[in-house]
Structures are given as structure tokens and as C-alpha cells.
Design a protein around this ligand. Structure first.
Ligand code: NAI
Ligand code: MG
Length: 502
């Protein structure tokens, strides 16, 4: 491992990130750094080279059991849920400052572990710290209400919001650090304790975050981090009888397995799943902005974004201009290793995802769609895929219906401004996560936003990354909303108390 890290590829790494990546990794359970009960480890790959850069413990059901027990003890008898809300705010604020202070290091780890370009990772980490700060403020604002009751007699009745308890959180690999924080910050602010399982493809920044959480001074057992595979560690967490709530982000197929696994103790479940999100460009839109934004909507993070704009609907009057612009934008994007300062998009996360995306591209061509996008030769064994734009697709083609999770977009013309027809086309999907609308006609934009079955809509922008805005899916894109005030509902239970004053 250390020989790989000492190659020139990693020469730009700072001392702290190089030391961390090359270190002997352990999992965080009950405030201690431990190996897996089985003693097993698994390899962590740099997707930009295909080489093994680290090994982490392969946690399984025993380790999940120990982590849940620690989280239970921290919840029932530890200081965390009993702390004054303002103290939880202060600790979370400190965590945000530390994330920022370690920003360069976290970004470098993300560039190696996930493959995304360093500059992109760096921006993501700044946003992550802001998410922690936003959520930290809610600790002191979890008020209930007094309720005026109508039953006979004199009463004092009120509601209160209580932390739901021990939370299992299972996250994906596309934004490793932000996904960990999206999950942890709201759970912690309300006083829950957590067992976090990062994706097996990207365990490093969750572990680094564990050290930062320790440094901030969180009590032991409040955050436990178990690295391992989905079918073992993940499944054990989802099925565990002493977990009160499970929060998951990932594929719709795995989301359904989480729901099944939750049946044993009917734990609360929230799911952030896939998407096949439409982007509409009307002929009156500011095309100078809309065209590169439509390209970024699908090519950003190599298309590995749940809210990626993978169905691009462009009015026929401007179809050629916009679609040629998107193709040109894709062709010009520098695809390369995360640590290469020239890179604008990185590799896909794994050989498996690379092959999956390539299969979809081949299938699209076999089914008769026309593909645009310059072929590329990549000078490394990284999991790179060139951007593709498909035209002449049909509604029943797999590339039109299924989440590809790569830099592949289907572009479709629309003819008139028949809103019902346009909305019906946008809604012809099992998903409902996001939609983008580009027009200067605000009446049209609001009318269309109202008709689209999706949890988030952006007008003249793509996906606003704002902690105060709730985010989540209609239909098979998920259950519940993350971010905003709404996320607090996922991690709290409401209690009503009625006191007879007679
Ligand atoms: P996945 O949904 O299987 O994995 C996500 C997380 O779930 C990982 O931490 C994994 O270890 C865990 N997991 C897997 N099986 C589990 C189980 N039976 N019980 C509990 N946890 C389990 O996603 P995968 O296989 O990595 O990617 C496949 C496809 O999923 C992608 O091509 C993409 O379409 C979609 N995906 C969507 C994401 C999103 O943000 N909505 C993120 C990642 C993947
Ligand atoms: Mg899977």
C-alpha cells in the first residue's frame, strides 16, 4: 500500500492525508478504534488508477451488534440526549469548524477514495460544514405546542418532540463526506445516537470524520462507524431489533431490501433513492446559462448524482442549438484523476459501475438511439467513462427509463407549450426526485413546477445545494425529506401529554 502512495501520482498529497490514507484503519465503536471481530479487512481502491490504496476492517453482524449496544447505552444512560440543547449546538458548531480546518485533508482523501476532482471535493466540504451549522441551530428550536382540548374539565395539554433513539445510517459512495454529514448532523442535533455504515467503495472519509468527531469532544458511543459490505454489515444494521430508525441513501432495489429488513421491529425508515430527473429548456430561456447548466446537470460528478438531469427536454425551436452545446460541453470536459488539477470530472466509482454504464451506452445504440460524444482513450486503468448524449430515443428504451448513474443523457424535443402533455411526459417514470425548468416565463415555470411529481424543482438553476431546502423523493425515489426543518421529523417522535387540572 505504502509503495502505491509513494508513487508520483500521489506526490501532491499533503502530509496528513497521505499519512491517514496509508495508516492501519480501524472502526469506531463505543469511543474505541477497533478491528473487525473476524479480523478480516477489505481493499479500498483509487478509482482513478484502479489500484489498492488502503485496507479497512470488514465489519459484520457481530461488529454491528457491538456498535448498536454502544449507541443504546449512550442513548439510555449517556450524557448526549440529556445535554442542554445549547451544548449540543456548541459541539456541532465545533465539529463544523474542525471540518473546515481539516478541509484540505478531507478533500484530498475524497479525491483519492471517490475519484472526484480536488476542487469539486473542496467545495463540497465547505458545503458540508454549512450543513452542520444549519442543523446545529435546530437543537434549541425543537419546541412542542400547547393544545387547547375540548373534552370536559380543565386541562393543560402539550406536545413535545423527543429523539427517536438509536439510529442506523447507511450511505452511498457518490458524495462520501456530505452523505455522512447529511445523515449525522440532524440525528445528532435532536439527541439521537448513531451507527453509521459508509459504502464499501468509500470508507475512508467516514473514518477520518470519526477522528474529527472525537477531536470535537462528542461523548463515546454517540457516533459509531462500522465499515463493511451491504449484504453483511448493512443488512445486519437494517434488521437489528434494537435499532429504532434506519436512514438510507442508495439504489431503489436496496431501499426495498431495507424496508423488508425493518419489518422485524417495525423500525422507522427513511429512504433517499434513485432518480431519472427531467430538465426542461423552453425557447425563451437564457440559453447561454441553460445550455452549460443542462450539461453540468448530467456530467457533474460523472453523472453519479441521484438528482442528475438525465432526461433533457428541449423545445424543438432550440433543440439543435442546445443539444449541440451540451455535446460540445461534454467533449471539452477534462476527464481525469481526482488529484490532477486539470480534471473537471473524475472516474466512476468502481469497475462494476463503469461496466454498468458502458452496458447502457451499448444498449442504447443497439436499440437504435443515436449517440453523440467524442470517443476517448484514457491513459490509466482508472474507471473512466466519456460523456454521451443520446437523441432519437423512444419512451420504452432502458436508457430513457432506468437510472444509469453515469455521464449519459437522453435529449428529447418537445413541440408546443401544452403544459399537461409536458408534465405527463416528465411524470412518465417510477422516480420523482427532481426537475429543472429553464424559462423566462414565470407563470409557465410555476404552473409546470406544480404539475411535476418530484420532491424538488429548480427554476433557472440546477439543484440548489441549500441546507434549509427539504430534499427527497415522490414515488420510488424515497420516503421522507432530508435537509430543512422537515428532516427533524425523521429523527424525532411527538409525544402528547394531557394533565387534568380538576
Ligand atoms: P446500493 O444501494 O446497493 O449501496 C448503497 C449503500 O447500501 C452502501 O453502503 C451499501 O453497502 C449498502 N447496502 C447494499 N446492500 C444492502 C443491504 N442488503 N442491506 C443494507 N445495506 C445495503 O448501491 P450500489 O450497488 O453501490 O449502486 C448501484 C446503483 O444504485 C447505482 O448504479 C445507482 O443507480 C444507485 N445509487 C444511487 C445513489 C443515490 O444517491 N440515490 C447512490 C448510490 C447508488
Ligand atoms: Mg448494491
Amino acid at each position: 500500500m505504502s509503495t502505491v502512495l509513494s508513487s508520483s501520482r500521489y506526490a501532491s498529497l499533503g502530509a496528513s492525508s497521505a499519512r491517514f490514507i496509508g495508516s492501519a484503519h480501524r472502526m469506531l465503536i463505543d469511543g474505541r478504534w477497533v478491528e473487525a471481530h473476524s479480523g478480516k479487512t477489505f481493499d479500498v481502491f483509487d478509482p482513478g488508477t484502479g489500484q489498492v490504496v488502503a485496507r479497512v476492517p470488514e465489519g459484520g453482524a457481530e461488529d454491528i451488534g457491538l456498535a448498536v449496544r454502544a449507541a443504546r447505552r449512550a442513548f439510555e444512560t449517556g450524557p448526549w440526549p440529556r445535554m442542554k440543547p445549547a451544548e449540543r449546538t456548541r459541539l456541532l458548531m465545533k465539529l463544523a469548524d474542525l471540518i473546515e480546518a481539516h478541509g484540505d485533508e478531507l478533500a484530498e482523501i475524497e479525491a483519492v477514495d471517490n475519484g472526484k476532482p480536488l476542487a469539486v471535493a473542496r467545495r463540497g466540504i465547505a458545503g458540508t460544514a454549512e450543513m452542520v451549522r444549519y442543523m446545529a441551530g435546530w437543537a434549541t428550536k425543537l419546541n412542542g405546542e400547547t393544545v387547547d382540548v375540548s373534552v370536559p374539565g380543565e386541562w393543560h395539554a402539550y406536545t413535545s418532540r423527543e429523539a427517536v433513539g438509536v439510529v442506523g445510517q447507511i450511505i452511498p459512495w457518490n458524495f462520501p463526506l456530505s452523505m455522512a454529514i447529511w445523515k449525522l448532523a440532524p440525528a445528532l442535533t435532536v439527541g439521537c445516537t448513531v451507527v453509521l455504515k459508509p459504502a464499501e467503495q468509500t470508507p475512508l472519509n467516514a473514518l477520518r470524520l470519526g477522528h474529527i468527531i472525537e477531536e470535537a469532544g462528542f461523548p463515546p458511543g454517540v457516533v459509531n462507524i462500522v465499515t463493511g459490505f451491504g449484504a453483511t454489515a448493512g443488512a445486519a444494521l437494517a434488521a437489528h431489533e434494537d435499532v429504532d430508525k434506519i436512514a438510507f441513501t442508495g439504489s431503489t432495489a436496496t431501499g426495498k431490501r431495507i424496508v423488508e429488513a425493518s419489518l422485524g421491529n417495525l423500525k422507522k425508515v427513511s429512504l433517499e433513492l434513485g432518480g431519472k430527473s427531467p430538465v426542461f429548456v423552453f425557447p425563451d430561456a437564457d440559453l447561454e446559462r441553460a445550455t452549460p447548466a443542462a450539461a453540468n446537470a448530467i456530467f457533474f460528478n460523472a453523472g453519479q448524482v441521484c438528482s442528475a438531469g438525465s432526461r433533457l427536454y428541449v423545445h424543438r425551436k432550440v433543440f439543435d442549438r442546445v443539444v449541440e452545446g451540451v455535446i460540445g460541453h461534454g467533449d471539452q470536459l477534462a476527464v481525469g484523476h481526482g488529484l490532477d488539477p486539470a480534471s473537471q470530472i473524475g472516474p466512476l466509482i468502481s469497475r462494476q459501475q463503469q461496466e454498468r454504464v458502458e452496458r447502457y451506452v451499448a444498449l442504447g445504440e443497439e436499440e437504435g438511439a443515436r449517440r453523440f460524444g467524442a470517443p476517448r482513450v484514457f491513459d490509466s486503468d482508472g474507471y473512466f467513462v466519456a460523456p454521451s448524449v443520446f437523441v432519437d430515443t423512444a419512451p420504452d428504451m432502458a436508457i430513457r427509463r432506468e437510472e444509469i448513474f453515469g455521464p449519459v443523457v437522453c435529449a428529447m424535443p418537445f413541440d408546443d407549450d401544452d403544459l399537461e402533455g409536458i408534465a405527463a411526459e416528465a411524470n412518465r417514470t417510477e422516480f420523482g426526485l427532481f426537475a429543472g425548468i429553464w424559462t423566462r416565463n414565470l407563470s409557465l415555470a410555476h404552473k409546470l413546477a406544480r404539475r411535476i411529481k418530484a420532491g424538488s424543482v429548480s427554476v433557472n438553476a440546477h439543484m440548489v445545494n441549500e441546507p434549509a431546502l427539504p430534499f427527497g423523493g415522490y414515488k420510488q425515489s424515497g420516503w421522507g425529506r432530508e435537509r430543512g426543518r422537515e428532516v427533524l421529523d425523521l429523527y424525532t417522535s411527538v409525544k402528547s401529554v394531557a394533565v387534568s387540572l380538576d
